[in-house]
Write a protein of this length. Sequence first.
Length: 393
Amino acid sequence: MGQLKFITDSRQKTDKGVFFAIKGAKTDGHLYLEEAKKNGAESAVVSKVYKGEDFGLKLIRSENPVQTLQQMAQTKIETAHPFVVAVTGSFGKTTTKEALFQAFSSKKSCFKNPQNQNSQIGMPLSILNFYNKEPLVFLEMGIENEKDMENLVRIAKPDIAVITRIAEAHLESLKSLENIALEKGKIVVQDKTRHLFLHHSAKYFYDKKEMRGVEKTLYGHFDEPLFGDIYDLIEKLGPLLGLTTEPFSLKLPDLRYQKKSYQNGMVVLDCYNANPTTMRTFFNLAPIEKGKRRVAIIGQMASLGEQSDYFHLKLIEDLRDCFDLAFCLGLKMKPVFEYWKKEGKAVFWVEAVEDLQSLIKKQIQPQDAVLVKGSNANRLWEVEPWLEHALSN
C-alpha cells in the first residue's frame, strides 16, 4: 500500500508525512514530536495549547487533533461521492466487511478499511492513507462509547448499513444490551441511509425503532451452517448494488476461526476477541471429528464492566459439556476453574499465557482437537507454536 502519509504513531516511517499528536488515556502524542520528525514527518497537528518545541516540524494548531483527523477524512470522502456500505455490530464486523469486499471487488472498483481499522482514529487514518476515490466503499465501524458512531457516520454517511449482531461487548462503557443497540443503530443516518440489513438475532432490538425512509431486511437463519449468514447477506445485497457474485471461498481475517491441521491433531484459533455469546457459540458449535478429544483453552473476557464476574461465572454452565480437558487463563477464569475442579473435570488454571507452554507440553496428546478462544489482551495467539510442536511429533 506504500508509505503512510498520515500517522498517529511516531515510530512509523513516513515521507514528509503528517503526524497527529493525540493525547490518549496512557500517553500523549505531543511527547513524541521529535521521534516523528526523525522518522520522516514534515508537519504535525498539535493542540492549540501546546507550548513546546517544534523539532523542525511545521506545527498545525488545532482545537482537537482527533477531530481534525476526522474532518480531513470526511472532506476526502465527500469530495469523491462514493456509494458507502457500512458495517457494525458486537462481533463479526471485520469478517463481514472482508467478505463483502471479496464478493464484489472483482466486479467493481472498491475500497475497504484495512484489517480492523474501525475506530475513531483507525477509520479516518485508513481513508486518508489508502482511499483512492473508489466508487464503492465498504467501511467497518466499531464503537466503545456513546457518540462514537455519530463521529464515524459524520465522516462517511452510509447509503446502506449492516448490523451484524448485538451482544455483551463493551458493557464496561455502554452498560446494557439496549444501550449497545441504541449506539450501533446510529449507523443509520436520516435522509441518507436507505437500506438496513439486520442479522436475524438483532431483529428484537430494532423492531419498534422508527427509521423513516429506511427499508429493513433480515439476513441469516437460525439453523445456518458456519458463516452462512454472510453468504445470505451477500446474495441479498448484490441486487441493491447492481452487482452479481460468483461462488467464492471466504478468506477469514487473522485470528478469526483459523483452523490448522497437524500430523497428530488439529487446532482452531479464534482469539482476536471474545464475549459471552461468541464464547458459547465457538466452544459448543466448532465442528470436531468424532473420536477426537476436545481440548479447550479459554481466556478471560474483557470490557464487561460491573457484569464481568457474572458473565464469567455463567461460562460454568455454558461451556460445561463442550470439552474433555480445559485450560483456563486469567484471574477472571479462576472461579470457573475452581468450580469445574470440584466437579471432577480435567481442568487447569494459569494466570498468564506464558504458563501454558509447559502444560501444553505435558497434557496435549496425539489426535487432540484444540479450541482456543479469549479476548485479545490474553495474547492467546502465542500458544500456536507450542500446540504445533505438541501435535506434530
